[in-house]
Design a binder for this molecule. Structure first.
Ligand code: HEM
Length: 83
């Protein structure tokens, strides 16, 4: 199941507003900037998932995906959705 939702990633993106200046992967983000989170891109990050476009239910750390978001806004219905 986790590999299905990683590979498909039903929620494509959401947006946040930066609450402070920071830097992410060499890019400067200023307080107040609008930042789009592409879950689908994170789930195809080759530095995290080997051959990310391949569908492999036996992946190591198969639950390490972003299809339900991360942090305090992580999907509260994730377990229900998995059922
Ligand atoms: C395949 C099904 C689902 C997917 C892919 C999904 C995905 C997501 C994602 C990506 C977020 C945003 C996380 C973020 O902002 O970082 C989210 C938030 C949320 N989801 Fe889901 N979700 C699913 C099903 C459900 C279900 C079944 C429920 C409730 C029964 C639910 C309730 C919520 C709620 C209440 C939030 C907002 C949480 C917050 O902002 O604190 N979701 N979901």
């Amino acid at each position: 199941m986790p590999e299905i939702i990683r590979w498909h990633t039903p929620v494509i993106h959401m947006r946040r507003t930066a609450t402070r200046d920071t830097e992410l992967a060499g890019k400067t983000i200023r307080q107040g900037d609008k930042v789009v989170m592409w879950y689908v891109s994170g789930n195809r990050d080759e530095s995290v998932h080997a051959e990310p476009d391949a569908f492999r239910i036996e992946r190591p750390k198969v639950r390490q995906h972003l299809a339900f978001g991360a942090g305090i806004h992580r999907c509260v219905g994730d377990r229900l959705a998995e059922l």
